[in-house]
Each structure stands twice: as structure tokens, then as C-alpha cells.
Design a protein around this ligand. Structure first.
Ligand code: BGC
Length: 371
């Protein structure tokens, strides 16, 4: 008798299956992934950052069509910014100061427009992350449409000319700073664009120089006690630094990787979940399932399997009755007093947050790959 086929991960792990279904059912026909279908401040918008990590998870779970629809959407929205990026490049070449209002946006409507709601624009990380995610997709055998080349070149040109400027971070805060997580995503995006051969020779040379410059700057000013810091010149830790380890930024520096993860665990891991940073007040500064998954992924990346089950279990413990994962949990709050102001301003915490579901999928896939 023929052996029964092994159940797929989506069948074996109900939260993986339902998360894939949720993401697929909410993905717009345009290819955009809404950050959260119901949350007032995010509704109708897709972030390059969230979307790229969601596409990476869908790709890792074998849902190539979904990931490719997203990459096609990215190519479209970035091409729509060609004139904006062209002006940024010209201004930088002539040494002009650039206002943040002159920069391409952080998020777009699902249809790919800029939208009319003001936001904390000028965040470069997502522009790097979509290149990294596309490269991950190609490396696992996914398709890259040659029509996306123009958008890739525009992205690289934008990053080459802006990587050294202060901008908002992953959490859309502190635009007076230069953030290590942002720089890391820019480095990975540029390095991958070069390694995949997506850039013509002269542009590849410029991208390589920018990536080296950013790596050197992080080594000189974005380290403390042998580990990465939240921003240049500081000593604080940020949960997003685990993502850089998970994405491979520190593959050649295992000591930096393990010290960074040790600092994330020592400073930000409470009750099984990970805080963004110690001064967080957003919704009282709770525990983020997506960061807990990034920590689990980073630990697997450095060969540490000891915690993967508890990272997954923490996220599973947060699933609501209707199968949704929140952006953050109030199991442990750093700044309880600040919670009411956010509840009043924007309503309950974003639930479901597609990025949370995606990171659970991504960690569950990686756990199985490491079996
Ligand atoms: C987070 C961002 C995220 C956005 C959409 C914000 O509250 O700080 O990292 O991209 O929500 O999910």
C-alpha cells in the first residue's frame, strides 16, 4: 500500500492554515496586503515594510502567486514615484536640503495611490526590505518578472542617495535619528539587488559603495558592548534588531548576532513575549507577537533551537476567539498610563494584524525546515 502523503504544514498546524487563508482572503486584487482590515488608522493602506514580510512568509509557505502579486504591486507603486525619486536624486546631487515632504511615502492605498491621510513619511527600511524579500523569493525558486527591473533600479537609486539621512524608524518614530534596523534593511536590500544581478554595472557599483558605507557606519556608531544598538550613538536595544539577525545581516559576525539576541532577551523579553523597546508607550507598550517570532527566527538562524516552541506557543496563546492575532498584547505593559489615550484615539489594538499572522507562519515554516 502506498504511504499516505505527509500532511502539509498548513494542515498539521491549524494556525498556519488559518493565517494563510486570512492573508489570502484579504489580499487586494491589486496584490496589496492591507496592514489590518478593521483598524481605523491602518484601514485601506499597505506598508512596504509589513507587506514585504507578509510576502516573504507567503513565499516561504509555498504561496508563490500571492507573494508575486505583492511584488508586482510594489513595482507599480514605486514606478508611480519615479518623478519624486528623480527629484530626490537631483537634489542630493546638487547638495540641496530635502524636506521629508519631498520623499516617497511609507504606505500606499491598496489601489496604489499615495492616499490623502497624513502619515509619518520618510522611512527607508521598507524600500530595502522589498528587495530583500524579492531576493529570498527568487532564491527559493520563485519568479521575478523582468518588468519589475525599473522599480528595482529606482529603489536602489533612492536608497543610494538617502541611506545616510535621519528618518523615521520601523515604529515610525524619532526622525531626528539614524536607526540601525533601518540601515540594516537598506544594506540587505542593496546587497541583494547587486548579488541577484538586477542592476546595471555602474548602478551596482554605487549600490555596493552605499551598502559598504552603511555597514561601516553601523560598525563605528551603531554598536555598544559588541552588539547592535537601536540608533547610532546610543546604547538602547530594539526588538527589531532581532529581525536583522533573522534576515542574515550578521551571518558573518556570529558574536555580534549572539550578543544582540542576548540583549533583546535580557531587556525586552517578558512573560514569553517581546517588547519593541523599553521606552515604548504606544497602547501602553505591550508585547509584540511579530517580534517574538523574529526573535525565534533569529535564534534558529544562529543555530539555537531551544526556544522555538515557546516562541510559537506565546503567539498561539494570543489568538482571539475568531482566530485573529493582535498587533500587541497587554499581558505586560511598560507604560500602562498611556494606554487609554491610544484607545480613545484609534480604538482597540489592531486585530487582526496581517504582519503578526505572517511572522507566525514564517517561524512555523522555519521550525519545520530545521527539524
Ligand atoms: C507600526 C509600524 C507598522 C504599522 C502598520 C505601526 O503602528 O509602528 O511598524 O508598519 O503600524 O502595521
Amino acid at each position: 500500500m502506498a504511504a499516505l502523503p505527509a500532511p502539509t504544514l498548513a494542515q498539521a498546524n491549524p494556525l498556519v492554515g488559518s493565517s494563510i487563508q486570512l492573508i489570502e482572503s484579504l489580499q487586494d486584487l491589486s496584490g496589496a496586503y492591507p496592514a489590518s482590515p478593521t483598524f481605523s488608522a491602518y484601514q485601506g493602506y499597505c506598508w512596504l515594510r509589513d507587506g514585504s514580510f507578509i510576502a516573504d512568509a507567503m513565499s516561504a509557505a509555498g504561496r508563490f502567486a500571492s507573494a508575486e502579486a505583492f511584488f508586482g504591486w510594489c513595482a507599480g507603486v514605486i514606478e508611480s514615484q519615479a518623478a519624486v525619486i528623480g527629484r530626490v536624486v537631483e537634489a542630493r546631487a546638487s547638495g540641496l536640503e530635502l524636506d521629508h515632504a519631498a520623499m516617497p511615502p511609507t504606505r500606499f492605498t491598496l489601489a496604489g495611490d499615495v492616499g490623502s491621510d497624513a502619515w509619518w513619511d520618510f522611512q527607508t527600511d521598507g524600500y530595502g526590505t522589498w528587495l530583500w524579500a524579492l531576493s529570498e523569493h527568487v532564491r527559493r525558486g520563485g519568479h521575478m518578472d523582468p518588468a519589475w527591473r525599473d522599480a528595482i533600479r529606482l529603489t536602489a537609486a533612492f536608497l543610494v542617495d538617502t541611506w545616510d539621512l535621519p528618518c523615521f524608524d520601523w515604529w515610525e518614530e524619532h526622525n531626528e535619528r539614524r536607526h540601525v534596523s533601518t540601515l540594516g534593511c537598506v544594506v540587505l536590500g542593496l546587497e541583494r539587488a547587486v548579488a541577484e544581478g538586477w542592476l546595471p554595472a555602474e548602478e551596482a557599483t554605487r549600490a555596493t559603495a552605499a551598502a559598504h558605507g552603511a555597514r561601516d557606519l553601523v560598525a563605528a556608531e551603531g554598536m555598544y558592548d559588541g552588539r547592535l544598538t537601536k540608533w547610532l550613538g546610543g546604547t538602547a536595544v530594539d526588538g527589531s534588531l532581532a529581525a536583522l539577525v533573522a534576515m542574515g545581516l550578521t551571518d558573518d559576525a556570529p558574536e555580534v548576532a549572539s550578543r544582540t539576541l542576548a540583549a533583546v532577551r535580557a531587556n525586552l523579553l517578558v512573560a514569553g513575549g517581546v517588547h519593541r523597546f523599553t521606552g515604548d508607550v504606544f497602547y501602553g507598550g505591550g508585547l509584540w507577537p511579530l517580534l517574538t517570532c523574529f526573535l525565534g527566527l533569529a535564534e534558529l538562524r544562529v543555530g539555537d533551537r531551544t526556544n522555538v516552541e515557546s516562541r510559537l506557543a506565546f503567539v498561539e496563546s494570543l489568538v482571539t476567539a475568531d482566530g485573529s492575532l493582535p498587533e500587541q498584547s497587554d499581558l505586560h505593559l511598560l507604560a500602562q498610563d498611556h494606554r487609554p489615550e491610544w484607545l480613545e484615539r484609534w480604538g482597540p489594538v489592531a486585530t487582526p494584524l496581517l504582519w503578526s499572522h505572517a511572522m507566525y507562519i514564517r517561524l512555523a515554516v522555519e521550525r519545520t525546515a530545521n527539524d
